[in-house]
Ligand binder design. Sequence first.
Ligand code: NAG
Ligand code: NAG
Ligand code: NAG
Ligand code: NAG
Length: 309
Amino acid sequence: MTSLIAAVSWSLHLVLFVLGLITATSSEMIAAIVRPGIFRHVMCRNNLYPRSGVLRYPVPDELVYWSEDYGEYCPPFYTAPHINGQVWADAPLPSETFKPQWNQLDGNVNRVSYHGAYHIKDGLPRNPIGRTGISGRGLLGRWGPNHAADPIVTRWKRNDSGGMVSDSKTGKNILQMVAIQRQDNKLWAIPGGMVDPGENVSVTLKREFTEEALNFTDKGLMVEEFFKSGGVQVYSGYVDDFRNTDNAWIETMALNFHDQDGTKVGQLNLTAGDDAMNVRWTDMDGSLKLHANHADMVKEVAIRLNAHW
Ligand SMILES: *[C@@H]1O[C@H](CO)[C@@H](O)[C@H](O)[C@H]1NC(C)=O
Ligand SMILES: *[C@@H]1O[C@H](CO)[C@@H](O)[C@H](O)[C@H]1NC(C)=O
Ligand SMILES: *[C@@H]1O[C@H](CO)[C@@H](O)[C@H](O)[C@H]1NC(C)=O
Ligand SMILES: *[C@@H]1O[C@H](CO)[C@@H](O)[C@H](O)[C@H]1NC(C)=O
């Protein structure tokens, strides 16, 4: 009987161990998941293109990759009319006067993908993940990669006496992040934004945070110092964004800026900027629904800091 219990107990341990391994694998870094040939985007397929009446051509799961034969594939071409002529946007199409240097730094416009060289098909860059059901640029300014930067600003959740608050189920301390509610799709998101031509990503991160979460209010040296202390890079690569097309897509670099003792940015009163409807310190939890694949990036921060998720 004892040996039976021991055997059962041993098997149970083995099962738990294997489960642990599986969990470790499925909670793998987002960089290992979001890769061409492994990842199939979801947000930029089988829906109405945002702020337009343009329906994406159907792209079933099994026909996302360009390597999968899809003879009938015939996506509509769409570039939002207001994009043309904007200083932050490319010309309507490559021409004698607009000859983009794909896959390299083109003047001060970064046309390099984090996923290596992308293909040029009929004179236009091809989405490295696969089909989206729409060609053209949609709402995006650049052909090919459109570079963004996302600051994941975190602090520990604390009670009124300053003690850390843990989750009753996982027993782990709860992290809070600065999240903004987007105007365009009303979803909560990391307060990031597009990298301006020639701009250092570290500058974008602080600028976007100040614009979107502090409404440009200069909080002085403290914010400056906090961002200067350097974030931890969480991810750099493709974003499963609802604006992506076959020829234009968003890539980001996400960095975590963590206020360990809650005495710096963790104390700030947040004010939503014009691009955001709301801003708040949000508890980080596995049930968090965020814009694009932001939840995967945020989850990685929780894992790294051994926090509740
Ligand atoms: C705050 O949390 C600490 C543990 O982190 C706990 O000891 C303390 O009782 C809590 N205080 C209140 C007011 O809940
Ligand atoms: C961007 O800023 C970081 C931190 O200040 C610095 O280490 C890096 O060299 C800068 N990169 C460029 C391309 O200027
Ligand atoms: C944000 O700043 C703008 C410009 O300074 C101001 O008009 C607006 O009222 C501010 N919004 C909030 C919510 O404070
Ligand atoms: C934030 O707002 C609260 C309440 O209005 C205030 O007591 C506190 O001093 C503010 N904190 C900062 C850092 O401005």
